[in-house]
Design a protein around this ligand. Sequence first.
Ligand code: NAD
Length: 471
Amino acid sequence: MTTITTHYINGEFIESHGRELMDIIKPTNGQVIARVTLGDEEDTRRAIAAAKRAFSSFGRTTKDERLRYLRQLHKAVSEHIDDLTAVMIEEYGGVARFARLIVESGVSAFAAAEKALQELPLRENWGKTTVTLEPVGVAGLITAWNANALFICLKLASAIAAGCTVVLKPSEMSSLQTRAMVEALHEAGLPKGVFNVVTGLGTVVGAEMVRNPDVAKISFTGSVAVGEQIMRDGAATMKRVTLELGGKSPTIVLDDAVLDKAIPAALILAFLNSGQACAAGTRLLVPKNRLAEVKRAIRDEMRNYTVGDPADPNIMVGPMVSQKQYERVESYIRKGVEEGAEVLVGGEGRPKGLEAGFFVKPTVFVDVKNNMTIAQEEIFGPVLSVITYDSEDEAIRIANDSKYGLHSAVMGTDLQRARRVASHLRAGRVVINNMSDDPQAPWGGFKYSGVGREYGRYGIEAFLEPKAILE
Ligand code: NAD
């Protein structure tokens, strides 16, 4: 069995000061596959001190030097796509086809940050005024478990581009994935102390980072509850915060949509990463007069949503990450039934033959009202709510009737109309007709979906402070 007893501080793997142990459980069968030693406040303070020392020189690096480091990071991680994918499948249960995409988008985050930094003026002059964009200082990066490789690379790339040094606290449930990633990043040869990693609990390591006056900024991906706490506790040391939180994203199928295209695309959005995705399109808004057709199209397409061993490239939905997450998803499916929604596909209980792991049945509810719990709360599992509307205005109103505003989608044939609907949606990102991506476009949420943006120049600016020098 693998054991991990070290953290990555000042360019070296050093023994943990914290002594608490945690088991890593394989989600396909519930077996213990590794044991990690969790860091404590002392480990965290050592990492912050290393980052602070490194900042005195790294904070003054030129754009060219940072571009070079980004290229080195890109090269180092590119060489490990296969092993990073394999460990995401093993530890997290990510389905093979999606796990690889996640890892690849993590790797390409370094190249995207390089391009964004090249195009971002770090100094501007007019008259006797000079404005420079300065790195904010030591950045604390705190991440969730559902796309570990991507979160680490994305946050690190923006921080390095800005000239910040970092302390990363990944989810303790991603310890094996983090170790593989840190070993790859180590090969990039960053100066000592620029990048430090402490694995441990959020309430111990994360809380120390939020409290510590030597950390200037927290970039967080996770739940709303923890995001709120970080904002509150960080206020005492005036932390800058970027918060990437949850979602309950709508997909609007307009009445001129071709269902043979729109429904498969909508289901991909809904069941992304086995439904454990912040951007998952978990509310499907369809015209009332097309409901019967929509139901038929969903039933047909759902036959492709096979559940099982995530290492099998034909599998579409893997296990939930943990027993706790399994129970959470099951409780929402129960709640949907209790509140009067109709189960079109799936339902409660483990799929046949998969009783040992944390597998749930991909579930589609119809007859859902937008005020039901399953339409308002983030489930973070493969559960889709189909909601009907009578008019375009009503579709927009329902889509925006959510505490969240992270992502949304519009499907339709008349592009002008789809664009008009998109312009009314209160979300950080709207995709039209498919799940397109652009690594230079901002990512982040309106309302409870967060504060601030990642990706491209928006992501780099989140680690910068403007400074004016006037003569
Ligand atoms: P979580 O909030 O429980 O944990 C996220 C991280 O915060 C973990 O590393 C955890 O250890 C740490 N943490 C916990 N308590 C803390 C504290 N008091 N102080 C500091 N850090 C603390 O979230 P999760 O269960 O790991 O992830 C699922 C959530 O993440 C979902 O709500 C999902 O929508 C969200 N998410 C958002 C995005 C996005 O880009 N917007 C992406 C992925 C996931």
